[in-house]
Ligand binder design. Sequence first.
Ligand SMILES: NC(=O)c1ccc[n+]([C@@H]2O[C@H](COP(=O)([O-])OP(=O)(O)OC[C@H]3O[C@@H](n4cnc5c(N)ncnc54)[C@H](O)[C@@H]3O)[C@@H](O)[C@H]2O)c1
Length: 356
Amino acid sequence: MTGSRFRVGIIGAGRISDLHAIEYLQNPLARIVGVCDRDAAQARSKLAAWGIPDVAVEEDVDRFLAREDIDLVEILLPHHLHLPVALKAMAAGKIVSLQKPMCVDLAEADQLVAAAEAYDRPFKVFENFIFYPPVLKARELIDQGAIGTPLSIRIKSNPARSATAWEVPPSASAWRSEKSHAGGGPLVFDDGHHKFALAWHFMGDPEEVHAFIGDTEGPGGMRFDAQSIISFRFPGNRVGNLEIVYSPDMELVTRHYAQDDRVEITGTAGVLFINGGHGRLGATPPVTLYRDGQITTYDVPSGWEQSFVLSTRHFLNALQTGGAPVLTAREARQVLRFSSAAEQSAREGKAIRLAF
Ligand SMILES: NC(=O)c1ccc[n+]([C@@H]2O[C@H](COP(=O)([O-])OP(=O)(O)OC[C@H]3O[C@@H](n4cnc5c(N)ncnc54)[C@H](O)[C@@H]3O)[C@@H](O)[C@H]2O)c1
């Protein structure tokens, strides 16, 4: 750290790195000092687009981690590289922010939890959806008692098509199609991590998970694990589900992935709707509350990139104040347990009871 700034090294300058860069570029607590990607030309073009073309690029992770002028690494690699690179980053003494999912399976997760909990520097698994402003607003309203006690969460993931979506390079889909690299399916395990994180955030750890997982052709010939329904039971007679539906002929408005998400949380006294995620089905308000015959809407910022900005800001503030990062390695393992139980349930054709 120089002065009061964390010197940041980004490992993996792929699709999602653009949204991670936003807060590191604007927050006075941080400064991007290096980017590592085996595709150096791509890393340079990212740096040019971010307005910092003179920052050094390195193709080799080991050489990058040996740099003493990097305090914090942001690991944005394919999932099979998460465990080895995170372990190396800790061995090199770096502060670590590791994109979700923490790794490809629970055996790897156990190794990572043990290493992170024995480590004397901060370690975070990056999960942005719980920092999405409409989600923060819903959480604030729930904490104020707006819907009474939450009894049920209903989450809908709805990939579709979009003329306004950003470009996803074929290389970003290629590794996701290999189970050994991705760990699980693109919608249940990979994107599903965010949805299970939401369920965990609002309802806590589930005690039982039951799933039907479909298989269909997605864009570019990719297999999509849709249409799928995953049901959860939480302690105290509370329930939830995640429904994943691919609508190939439905046009969405989005600046990011061709997908939308919707969440409905029903409590003892009211209902909260989070009406959008990556994209928009029309001009719905980001958050709607129903209570006592009244509908109240909340016009909070709903650009999806804000979830990345606020997740990173929370981490930088936690580093300054000594607060806990979100997610900790143990929390991330709980979310991973949730998504791997869904895949296990569909594979074995039975409900999976969980002990955390
Ligand atoms: N939070 C979210 O909403 C969100 C959205 C998309 C992706 N992600 C996560 O971000 C991570 C990256 O996903 P992506 O979509 O940006 O993937 P990507 O394929 O676009 O980017 C990965 C980058 O890693 C580089 N790379 C691969 N192997 C390497 C190696 N050995 N050494 C150095 N560089 C190497 C590739 O060249 C590529 O630029 C994944 O964990 C993914 O799940 C999260």
